[in-house]
Design a protein around this ligand. Structure first.
Ligand code: SAH
Ligand code: SF4
Length: 362
């Protein structure tokens, strides 16, 4: 018998797709909106909770669509500190999301906004030399529903609303372009989670064609570039993607982004001792930032077990920052709260897999 194709997940559908489905089932169009209200406003966790839908429609939904949720496998941190959630997916793989209680200054307005850092893939194919997410390679893309559900589950588990979303968890979001943009539509739409595009930041290691494609979307998303090296020589040493898309091409794509969105981008720059934290790199980085009026987030490297890189001394970090500031570049150093709970993305999954020996329960 041929295998039945996997059913669509209700949390991966846009309003128009669901409308087309209910209409083809002989139901009025407004039912679609009603279903989505149950999911995103009332936060129903099962189809049987959707009590104002006719029983026949509920049966049809149950037969035609999936409506499961991510399973929490492990949680670290506490209420008022960074909380890290490790989720088990349907196929036994693990991903992680990090909830940060207040928005760090580098994400824009300082306020008490809660931020979630979400994953976009299981593993990562880009193999940056300093990153835990890429250590075991790429396994698969996340479906839109698995992206959306990280937010729904984090809100449910913490009992608090999230106001900012950053795609800085495991994976390269722009390498999962379709599912990413569908998830963003659901997160952003009034019929979905309803979070303003300005509160959604996509971080990329620099996939030039996809940056240009994303720039075409009529959404005021924010873009962060993982630069981590100001010259090809230094950047290619730690980020293999630089061989495909060198710094100049990347900066051109950034300037295209800005011309389309009329909005400044952010450079993420991890400081790794003796690798990319030299004075020359600081001057060169300043030049790039000034050209694009970009903001720079300096991130002292978070040690990853098994990797040789170390974080520079505070003094070296400050010197680097001072150079940027002497050029009048807007720059901050992330004094992140999550250092002690493996908050650099990909690290909790790695530790969990090493401790339990479980990589996949499938
Ligand atoms: N793939 C995307 C998004 C996920 S990585 C990207 O590379 O932008 C999110 C951020 O975490 C990136 O800026 C990445 O460089 C950074 N990061 C990865 N490992 C880190 C570590 N050990 N310490 C500090 N930041 C790290
Ligand atoms: Fe992948 Fe980003 Fe990690 Fe590089 S830094 S390996 S692109 S997740």
């Amino acid at each position: 018998m041929p295998a039945t194709p996997d059913k669509s997940h209700l949390k991966s559908l846009s309003l128009s797709t669901l409308e087309a489905a209910v209409i083809s089932h002989g139901q009025p169009r407004y039912r679609a909106e009603q279903i989505l209200r149950w999911i995103y406003q009332k936060r129903a966790r099962s189809i049987s909770e959707m009590t104002d839908l006719p029983a026949s429609l509920r049966e049809w939904l149950t037969a035609e669509f999936r409506f499961d949720e991510l399973a929490l496998a492990r949680q670290t941190g506490s209420h008022d500190t960074t909380r890290k959630l490790l989720f088990r997916l349907r196929d036994g793989r693990f991903i992680e999301s990090v909830v940060i209680p207040a928005t760090p200054a580098e994400f824009g307005e300082t306020s008490s906004r809660r931020t979630i850092c979400v994953s976009s893939q299981v593993g990562c194919a880009y193999g940056c030399k300093f990153c835990a997410s890429g250590l075991e390679g790429w396994t698969r893309n996340l479906g839109s529903e698995e992206i959306v559900d990280q937010i729904l589950e984090a809100e449910r588990l913490t009992g608090e609303r999230i106001q900012n979303i950053v795609f800085m968890g495991m994976g390269e979001p722009l390498a999962n372009f379709e599912n990413l943009t569908r998830a963003i539509e659901i997160i952003n739409s009034p019929w979905g989670i309803g979070l303003g595009a300005r509160h959604i930041t996509v971080s990329t290691s620099g996939l030039v064609p996809q940056i240009r494609k994303l720039a075409e979307l009529p959404l005021q998303l924010r873009l962060a570039i993982s630069l981590h090296g100001a010259t090809d020589e230094v950047r290619a040493q730690i980020m293999p993607v630089n061989r495909k898309y060198p710094v100049d091409e990347l900066l051109d794509a950034c300037s295209y982004w800005q011309s389309r969105k009329k909005q400044h981008i952010t450079f993420e720059y991890i400081l790794i001792d003796q690798v990319n934290d030299t004075l020359e790199q600081a001057h060169e980085l300043s030049r790039h930032a000034l050209r694009l009026s970009a903001k720079v987030n300096l991130i002292p490297y978070n040690t990853v077990e098994g990797l040789p890189w170390v974080r520079p001394s505070i003094r070296r970090q400050e010197t680097f920052l001072e150079i940027l500031r002497s050029h009048r570049v807007k720059a901050t150093i992330r004094r992140e709260k999550g250092h002690d709970i493996d908050a650099a993305c990909g690290q909790l999954r790695l530790r969990h897999e090493r401790e339990t020996g479980i990589v996949s329960a499938a």
